[in-house]
Design a binder for this molecule. Structure first.
Ligand SMILES: [Zn+2]
Length: 84
């Protein structure tokens, strides 16, 4: 059975750096603000391909440290897609 692909692609965050608060190591974030998103393709340190990079700010839930983090985004559904 073949399904037609929908135009809108789900985007998945495959990696976040730093993964936790640089001060206390807590991974809970609050007040997350997206800053900018760019179409940048590349590979994460564990070898996954990403197609977009997003910079954001957040507050640590534990120590309230404000810090920036980078999210690496990739289409959630699989790879090989033709571009017409
Ligand atoms: Zn913290």
């Amino acid at each position: 059975m073949t399904k037609k692909r929908k135009k809108r692609e789900a985007i998945e965050c495959i990696q976040v750096r730093p993964p936790a608060c640089p001060k206390c190591g807590c991974t809970d974030r609050t007040n997350t603000d997206g800053v900018k998103k760019r179409d940048i393709a590349g590979k994460t340190v564990d070898g996954r391909l990403f197609t977009q990079v997003k910079w954001s700010y957040c507050n640590c839930r534990k120590c309230n440290q404000r810090y920036a983090f980078v999210s690496y985004l990739a289409p959630a559904s699989a790879p090989a897609e033709k571009t017409d």
